[in-house]
Design a protein around this ligand. Structure first.
Ligand SMILES: [Zn+2]
Length: 103
């Protein structure tokens, strides 16, 4: 999984194409991501003690990770990711646009 929680991403396909948002959650098993403000659905909630009128909740549903592109935090462009092994042996993600490490 190339995308991590807290990353900024751009949606490239689907009804929310063109939207940018922050990754709230990643589900690596299903290759899915939940993005703030993207793929929102309304969910009706039954009245409860804390919400006597009931209500409509807007919740973000996961979308496929292949439908989003990472937005580089350095150059602010949607980018593909390269991987590089750093001197300390750790893997870093590198922006292919500007060459900066993203982590
Ligand atoms: Zn960049």
């Amino acid at each position: 999984m190339r995308i991590k929680k807290g990353d900024s991403v751009l949606v490239t396909t689907g009804k929310d194409a063109g939207k940018k948002g922050k990754v709230l959650r990643v589900i690596p098993d299903k290759n899915r991501v939940v993005i703030e403000g993207v793929n929102r659905v309304k969910k009706h909630q039954k009245p409860s003690r804390s919400l006597p009128q009931g209500g409509i909740l807007k919740i973000e549903t996961p979308l496929n990770a292949s439908n989003v592109m990472l937005v580089c935090s350095r150059c602010n462009k949607p980018t593909r990711i390269a991987h590089k092994i750093m001197e300390n042996g750790e893997k870093a993600r590198i922006c292919k646009q500007c060459g900066e490490a993203l982590d």
